[in-house]
Design a binder for this molecule. Structure first.
Ligand code: ADP
Ligand code: ASP
Ligand code: MG
Length: 427
């Protein structure tokens, strides 16, 4: 068997869902596990609902109804006259309604997961009904029954033992049946049945978990790009497709923020040597990119730009050296907040880290260390990572930016920078 993942952009409207159906027709005799994300930008829209509910500004219900309305419209277009799908969507959204009927839960991340999961649940209901409608026999599975995490909401860590056990018991028998099995990315659950999530963009990771536990032959992520490119095509013109990548190169790229694959995806695949294809849903016959154990030792420069970085410079209040016991305390506090550190540097009296945007977590981290340390914070920065750097590319990336700190380790150059404000010449 093998696994497919269809992300939000491959399901953004009725035409997109039909296209997914057409791609799947080509595999109709295979055993596929299909993982879907929320449709289009639904997850962002649901985040607005959650923030509105937390603020209690009275707009949350209307926002949620708007999202439901879009799903209803799409379902009616794809499945005219089908009442069952509308009932299934009602059942899905009513659970989020119940959360909104209550005052905001004191544990924000818990509340977030209870509402955000609706995106994947609704999307999987529609795709499931549509595939069956076009004659592709497909079973529906609630991923929360098998993917089990710890109790950290919004960034659950997978309990591999329990997940593996449930995959054996529940999913393997379903996979051996003829037809496809369809489930949701991103969402999971604790052993006590509270919904958790694996972190934004986590559907790729879900698919890798299924691939690992079910020993898939290979996994394919279907994208709006021809494969993995040397840079983000939204930022650069002259990017080219990488035909092959080693697991190691893919881990490095995605860890530093290449948005094309979720960084946690590669490791489980590498552990079982499961090849990963990144292919285009626009040109499904294209070769795409193959990520596998084969070592490729020659790569062109690969550039990753991560926006919205926060730089924290941490100094002791008494100007003493930042010594080992300080570092150990700081690392503990970083781990407590699950801050994602992209770069760090240590000097005699200060320690600097560059982290992804996470205002609440960053503030909690600062509050926790404030008695001992003085923290300077700068938001809205860019982290630029260049793998296999060449001079011209480096110069290009530095142009128009002020570099705040830079580091070079073997094949990787990284710097944190801010854009230089445009200056007009005098006179
Ligand atoms: P999905 O719908 O599966 O969630 P996304 O929109 O999150 O897909 O991710 C696909 C986008 O990732 C592409 O449209 C592209 O703009 C961007 N991207 C960033 N870096 C790369 C890269 N190195 N190679 C290919 N695409 C990239
Ligand atoms: N829908 C989730 C998100 O947008 C998960 C995913 O798309 O992978 O973050
Ligand atoms: Mg995405």
């Amino acid at each position: 068997m093998r696994t497919f993942k269809f992300g939000g952009s491959s399901l953004k409207d009725a035409a997109a869902v039909r296209n997914v159906g057409a791609i799947l027709q080509r595999f109709k005799d295979e055993n596929l596990v299909i993982v879907v994300s929320a449709m289009g930008k639904t997850t962002n829209a649901l985040e607005e609902v959650i923030y509105a509910h937390a603020r209690q500004d009275g707009t949350a219900l209307a926002l949620l109804d708007g999202i439901k309305g879009m799903h209803d419209t799409l379902a009616k277009e794809l499945l005219p006259g089908n009442q069952e799908i509308l009932a299934a969507l009602n059942d899905t959204f009513v659970e989020a309604h119940w959360v909104l009927d209550e005052p905001p839960h004191p544990h924000f991340d818990y509340m977030y997961d209870q509402i955000i999961c609706v995106g994947e649940l609704a999307s999987s209901r529609i795709v499931h009904a549509y595939l069956n409608h076009i004659g592709l026999v497909t079973a529906w599975l609630d991923a929360r029954e098998v993917i089990i995490t710890d109790e950290i909401h919004r960034e659950g860590w997978v309990d591999w033992t329990e997940t593996g056990r449930r995959m054996e018991e529940k999913v393997k028998p379903m996979v051996t049946q003829p037809g496809f099995l369809l489930t949701q990315g991103f969402i999971a659950s604790t052993r006590d049945n509270a919904t958790t999530t694996l972190g934004r963009e986590g559907s790729d990771y879900t698919t890798a978990i299924f691939s690992y536990c079910l020993n898939a032959e290979n996994m394919t992520i279907w994208k709006d790009v021809p494969g993995v490119l040397t840079g983000d095509p939204r930022l650069f013109d002259n990017v080219t497709k990488l035909d092959r990548l080693s697991y190691k190169e893919a881990i490095e790229m995605t860890y530093y923020g290449a948005k094309v694959i979720h960084p946690k995806t590669i490791k489980p695949l590498q552990n079982k040597s499961i090849p990963l294809y990144v292919k285009s849903f626009v040109e499904p016959e294209g070769e795409g990119t193959l990520i596998s154990a084969d070592v490729e030792d020659h790569y062109p420069p690969i550039v990753t730009v991560e926006q919205d970085q926060t730089l924290l410079s941490i100094a002791t209040r008494d100007f003493s050296f930042v010594a080992e016991h300080h570092l150990s305390l700081l690392f503990q506090k970083i781990a407590d907040q699950r801050l994602q550190v992209n770069m760090m540097q240590n000097s005699a009296i200060s320690f600097s880290i560059c982290v992804n945007r996470a205002p609440e977590k960053v503030q909690a981290f600062i509050d926790n260390i404030e008695t001992e340390f003085k923290v300077t914070r700068e938001d809205g920065l860019e982290l630029i990572t260049i793998r296999h750097p060449q001079d011209g590319v480096m110069e290009n990336m530095r142009r128009g930016r002020i570099v705040l700190f830079e580091e070079r380790i073997r094949n990787t150059v990284q710097f944190v920078a801010k854009n230089v404000p445009v200056m007009a010449r005098k006179g």
